[in-house]
Design a protein around this ligand. Sequence first.
Ligand code: SD4
Length: 318
Amino acid sequence: MWGMIATWRMAAEGITAGAELLAAGKNAGDAVETAIRAVEDFPYYRSVGYGGLPNEEMEVELDAAYMDGDTLSIGAVAAIRDFANPISIARRLSCEKVNNLLVAEGAEKFAQKEGFERKNMLTDRAKAHYRKRVKEMTARELKPYSGHDTVGMACLDQDGRMTAATSTSGLFMKKKGRVGDSPISGSGFYADSKRGAASATGLGEDLMKGCISYEIVRLMGEGMSPQDACETAVNRLEAELKERRGEAGDLSVVAMNNRGQWGAATNIEGFSVAVVTQSLEPTVYLVKRGKDGHCTCEEASAQWMEDYMRTRMAPVEE
Ligand code: SD4
């Protein structure tokens, strides 16, 4: 069995490319890197890679991570600027014995030395979004950009190896130097080939309070299905946050176990996931949470898919 699950519809083309590798017997590392690079390279996805939304100072600072579930090796970069594919730099760092998580100039220096492609990641479109937001901003409340955000994936190859990976420009208008959950092990991602892999998207500050990706993998290790593990982790963390702090931010997660079963959960409206397995063509699902806290995945309609692309590519009205 092989498979991949990713946060948000934007990952559909990426997992399709990754699935070709998995079907051909390639490893979960190559598949997940290929899949994430496809999202990073597509300029109309506003919260990942090229075209990602800038921070308060109008700079695009990117976070990314990679984890190998066989060796538990982790590599990550945070607040890196001007490199085309942060995921590839993160994966390269996972091969090091130490210095696995590098930030800002340190990450850029490493990437430069290793010959990774430099690129100005700030597009005119992202600048237009920035100017629009500056005009609109009345309250200084930071929220995940609505519609589609961090890409996070869990992947299983034919040899039973699992990987997890993330890539994001983080929260729109974040402070320079702010780091979210995405490059932080156990929060934005976790993979253990003996149990499963998980990844998260939403408000990093809250996802980190529950180490949510590790928690999901832990629950799968105790015998829960990926779906139950995702729901349990989201519902418990949300309840704890509400009890202790009066509110909870956006929490959305995906997971796959080492048999290729998958699950997704969310506490928001409009969360979508992209899934492919040996027995399932690449498919986009909308994740809906019922009143009882259970989440169901409904296949996105052709109309929904069309509307999605149209709104993504529509001119930015300033
Ligand atoms: C972060 N979790 O930097 C990311 C952003 C995100 O949906 O996923 N937005 O906090």
